[in-house]
Design a protein around this ligand. Structure first.
Ligand code: ADP
Ligand code: MG
Length: 701
């Protein structure tokens, strides 16, 4: 019954009408009773106290006073008129002042009648005054809800201009409660309410709008935040369970010759414990008859590639093809070269497909894919083209996933009838809370250990005017046989300027590091792919000492001999990008350095970023700082922030509630995956309703 009532168009609420309905819809997206009910206040003004005029302080605070107006007059002044009322209570006298809307006040104000007055009290010209006070007749106040913690609602300038003030919204919500009476269905199960001592739904909704005190407000907030996060987790986890039950996956049950041979004879190094553990987790997953959808997180340099290779071998052992998709050509090339090296001597057929592979070379690749001769395909987005058809793709690996859109992942999925196992690898550490929310329906493996012998990169922050010293240091490093990256920012909005900076920087480096002693490479997005590859190749082979580049080298590039990373205009990079860039060095046995160059003018946020980089090499720690600085939506990019459209919970601040919610969602679904038990009926019902009316979840792969 009340579900329907809640869907009533807002225009029917007493006090709304067509004009206000239109404004509420366009400004706040409020179309129904329910939307208004769920417009939660941003904050509250404490009105638990009443003051007497004699108690007022000159410091200028919000005060609430009961008293009456004994006279009202217009005072002429240089900059227009003001309306001044003399307001008294039994202890003294003060002024109420209006600069705008004077006519309305004059016509409507009642003299010698008790009012409750609220506003910021000033000390001015020897008396206390409140400009533009909020006023309500004492009799109305006594009949109303007697709001002691005044809710402040989200608003817009337009709403204010249309007279839909905070007070009006508050009144409308009061009216809403009158019309809805107590008819709010409970949406959590009795067990949850009991076990967590949660406030019932109807009380929570009332107290979130009109709390009587701080304690009730806190309880209402907890209840509603819990509910929001609980259903988010319930949704994600049940999706995962359903996927495992319903979506059949290829079963890689054989551990065959290729995998074993490689493991026994061709591993170039001993795997770290973390790598071994992750391989085990993945093997269990691909051998479980269900489709794998797993995120592999591992800091830069933690050795994800070898894990990918071994799982690809497993796929081939079981008679399937595998593909590895990288976000840039450079990275795809590098993966191709590296993997071909690793598989040298085996009979495995491996090919590279990127945008710059010639048409004539593509045809044989397409054919070999379709007749199954080709076992591993490595490439870029080019893999997603409709022409690329596999005979039996069993495993798709996506490297550095944060560069891939959701749609692209979905496309990979549809390359054959039974979806391949999907492994998404990322070096962008995602804070746990965020991972739980964004990827709660994926399985996650983490490589939390770097290969032995790595020296942590030393990071320093230097100002531009110390450049000469920095150059001197570079010359010493080059003398030791090391190579150097110099990276410039490149941002679309300022592209032309950024290219100029890059070229200026390049020229000054060429001047300071002259031929023939020094060889310098440059790589940027305006170059032809072939030229880029050529320059990159020279650097990889050690033929050039310095690589000047934009962030194209950010992701994945591996040159162990490079030991210095200079980041120009470092204040313009985000934390995760800085961390990614720094990960390009420190890959060999030598001590590596990261030098963050900036000017002297720095915002406080930029300072925090630079300090964080200097302080720690731990990607997860950096991700936490990033989350605090930028907030979850921004951190994950707009396309993925949909799920973060939370009404009341905050993923950063409500971390503990999120964990609790996830724990309970897991526990309930483990015992009753279909929510069929009578105790869980209310959960199933609410869950279904949410799915029907909100589509924010659908983006997840
Ligand atoms: P990422 O996780 O950033 O993709 P890579 O797979 O590129 O890291 O590995 C970084 C470097 O570490 C490579 O040169 C790789 O050969 C090396 N490496 C990976 N695993 C190990 C290991 N267990 N022991 C020693 N070196 C390793
Ligand atoms: Mg990598």
């Amino acid at each position: 019954m009340n579900a329907n009532l809640l869907k009533t168009p807002i225009v029917y609420l007493k006090g709304v009408g067509p004009n206000r309905a239109a404004s509420l819809q366009s400004e706040l997206g409020i179309a129904t009773y329910e939307d208004l009910l769920y417009l939660f206040p941003n904050r509250y003004i404490d009105k638990t106290q009443f003051y007497k005029i004699a108690q007022l302080q000159r410091s200028g605070a919000d005060v609430q006073i009961i008293g009456k107006i004994i006279n009202i007059k217009t005072v002429e002044q240089k900059k227009g008129k003001r309306l001044v009322a003399t307001f008294i209570d039994e202890t003294g006298e003060m002024e109420l002042v209006w600069f705008r809307g004077q006519k309305w006040i004059r016509e409507n104000i009642k003299l010698n009648t008790l009012y409750v007055v609220f506003g910021r009290c000033n000390w001015f010209n020897g008396s206390f005054s409140i400009p533009h006070p909020e006023m309500e007749l004492l009799t109305d106040y006594e009949q109303g809800l007697q709001i002691v913690m005044q809710p402040i609602y989200p608003s817009t300038e337009k709403l204010g201009n249309k007279g839909i003030t905070n007070r009006v919204i508050s009144k409308l919500i009061q009216q809403l409660f009158l019309e809805l009476k107590d008819r709010f269905a409970e949406s959590l199960s009795p067990q949850l309410l009991h076990e967590l001592r949660l406030m019932p739904k109807k009380d929570a909704l009332f107290n979130i709008h009109f709390p009587k005190d701080q304690e009730l407000l806190a309880k209402a907030q907890f209840r509603l935040k819990f509910e929001e996060l609980f259903y988010m987790q319930l949704q994600l986890i049940s999706k995962k369970i359903q996927r495992k039950l319903k979506i059949k996956g290829y079963n890689f049950d054989k551990v065959g010759k290729l995998f074993n041979d490689f493991y026994a004879h061709h591993l170039p190094f001993e795997l770290t414990d973390a790598q071994k553990r992750v391989i085990k987790e993945i093997r269990a997953d691909v051998g479980s008859n269900a489709q794998m959808n797993r995120l592999l997180q591992g800091d830069v340099g933690s050795g994800k590639t070898i894990v990918a290779v071994m799982i690809m071998l497993l796929a081939i052992d079981n008679g399937f093809q595998a593909c590895l998709m990288a976000p840039t050509e450079i990275l795809a090339n590098q993966h191709y070269e590296g993997i071909k090296n690793l598989l040298d001597g085996s009979q495995i057929n491996c090919a590279l497909l990127t945008g710059s592979v010639k048409k004539s070379e593509r045809k044989p690749i397409h054919e070999a894919l379709e007749n199954g001769v080709l076992q591993i395909l490595i490439g870029t987005h080019a893999l997603l083209e409709d022409k690329v058809l596999f005979q039996n793709l069993g495993l798709a690996i996506v490297d550095e996933q944060h560069r891939f859109g959701v749609a692209q992942r979905a496309k990979l999925w549809h390359k054959n009838e039974i979806p391949p196992h999907i492994l998404v690898m990322t070096a962008t550490p995602i804070p746990r809370t965020l991972a739980m929310s964004l990827y709660g329906d994926l399985d996650i493996s983490v490589i939390d250990e770097l290969p032995p012998g790595r020296k942590p990169v030393k990071t320093v922050h230097r100002y531009d005017n110390n450049r000469l010293k920095v150059f001197q240091f570079l010359k010493e490093e080059i003398k030791k046989g090391r190579q150097i990256y110099v990276v410039y920012p490149l941002i679309q909005e300022s592209e032309a300027l950024d290219y100029k900076d890059l070229m200026d920087g390049y020229e000054s480096i060429v001047r300071d590091f002259p031929l023939p002693d020094y060889q310098i490479s440059i790589v940027h997005g305006k170059m032809k792919p072939a030229d880029k590859a050529y320059e990159m190749d020279r650097f990889v082979k050690g033929e050039t000492h310095i690589m000047v580049a934009t962030t194209v080298i950010e992701v994945g590039v591996n040159v162990p001999n490079a030991s210095v990373m200079i980041i120009e205009s470092a204040e313009r990079f985000g934390l995760s990008q800085l961390h990614q860039l720094r990960g390009r060095v420190g890959r060999g046995a030598d001590q590596s350095f990261c030098i963050l160059m900036t000017g002297h003018k720095l915002s406080s946020e930029a300072k925090t970023r630079l300090e964080t980089m200097v302080l720690t090499n731990d990607g997860f720690e950096i991700a936490e700082v990033d989350l605090r600085l930028r907030g979850p939506g921004d951190l994950m990019g707009t396309q993925q922030s949909g799920i973060l459209n939370l009404r009341i919970a905050d993923l950063v601040k409500d971390n503990d509630i999120l964990k609790t919610a996830r724990y309970y969602a897991l526990r309930i679904l483990k015992d009753d995956p279909g929510l069929e038990h009578i105790d869980n009926l209310v959960l199933r019902h609410t869950h279904t309703q949410l799915l029907k009316h909100r589509n924010i979840w659908n983006y997840i792969s």
